[in-house]
Design a protein around this ligand. Structure first.
Ligand code: C2E
Ligand code: MG
Ligand code: MG
Ligand code: MG
Length: 290
């Protein structure tokens, strides 16, 4: 289109393009450095069993302390990492660090002894030839029991290379590691495909939780998803639960677990113990104490 607009505009357009390309390259170089210079950090968001109100695990969510830019949320750099291929190194670091942190939880607090750690895995990382070897290395070097690790994958991530992904997922399960289908409902893979996945956990996307205002109010879509998961034998985790009313409504629908600001935001590993103890303590308070 630029070509059709006359000379001056072509120059302006090219200048802008060059600027964008340069910024892009600077960002990629900075991110590559972030991985080796320990600028990445994992925060953990507790996952709560809705029937008992107790924390049963936590999801690892990566942040980037970028010098001169403050703390960057993953939406600001994960897409770039995926497009550039840096996600393979970044994802390997995340997996290793999350396993190491979770291996330490039983020593931090008895209530976290069996807690699982959920780690997000991108398509490009999953289908990389070294992925299984990296996974086994992370487990062996940290001593984390494979049953305590849950890998979160997205439907959209599986569409690009369904066969290769499926083979890897079966190998992951064979290691004893669990699989969760993340952001369920935002993709558009067929039900038969979802059913074929060796995943045992289905994460209900926040967009299904948002319309819920209380039991029976705005629950139509999440109810369908919980029923579907039940029908194919999967456990459910609701994402983005922001109010006690939503938590109650989801529990009454038969959803197993919840995650969201109503319990806790993602926190640094050093703060997780305190948050988990607060959540467990609140759940354990005798009702007739007053
Ligand atoms: P996700 O896996 O669906 O993670 C849930 C996101 O929802 C997190 O955002 C979390 O902070 C946010 N969240 C949780 N509860 C609430 C709530 O009650 N209200 C609201 N408004 N938000 C809530 P975050 O940490 O910004 O991560 C965004 C996405 O970035 C993640 O979505 C995941 O897809 C991706 N991501 C994060 N860490 C990694 C990683 O290590 N590797 C890969 N490949 N992707 C990652
Ligand atoms: Mg996730
Ligand atoms: Mg999610
Ligand atoms: Mg989500």
């Amino acid at each position: 289109q630029a070509k059709n607009r006359g000379k001056d505009q072509v120059v302006v357009f090219d200048g802008a393009m060059a600027g964008t390309a340069k910024r892009r390259m600077d960002d990629e170089i900075a991110l590559a450095r972030a991985i080796t210079d320990e600028q990445l950090v994992l925060h953990y968001q507790p996952i709560i069993a809705l029937d008992t109100g107790r924390p049963v695990g936590a999801e690892a969510l990566v942040r980037w302390h970028r010098p001169g830019h403050g703390m960057q949320a993953p939406d600001r750099f994960i897409p770039m990492a995926e497009e550039s291929g840096l996600i393979v190194d970044l994802g390997r670091w995340v997996l290793h660090q999350a396993c190491r942190d979770a291996a330490g939880w039983p020593h931090q607090a008895p209530i976290m002894a069996d807690a699982s750690v959920s780690v997000n895995v991108s398509a490009r990382q999953l289908t990389h030839p070294r992925f299984l070897a990296d996974l086994q290395t992370a487990l062996a070097e940290t001593g984390l029991a494979p049953e305590r690790l849950i890998l979160e994958i997205t439907e959209t991530a599986l569409i690009s290379e369904p066969e290769a992904a499926m083979e890897t997922l079966h190998a992951v399960r064979a290691c004893g590691v669990q699989l969760a289908l993340d952001d369920f409902g935002t993709g558009y893979s067929s039900l038969s495909y979802v059913q074929k996945l060796p995943a045992t956990i289905l994460k209900i996307d926040k967009s299904f939780v948002d319309p819920i205002s209380g039991p029976g109010a705005g629950t139509a879509l999440s109810e369908v998803v919980v029923k579907l998961a039940e029908a194919i034998g999967m456990r459910t985790v609701a994402e983005g639960v922001e109010s006690p009313e939503q938590a109650t409504a989801l529990r009454l629908l038969g959803c197993h677990r919840g995650q969201g600001y109503t319990w806790s935001r993602p926190v640094p590993n050093a703060e997780l113990r305190e948050v988990a103890m607060r959540l467990a303590g609140v759940a354990g308070l005798p009702r007739s104490a007053t």
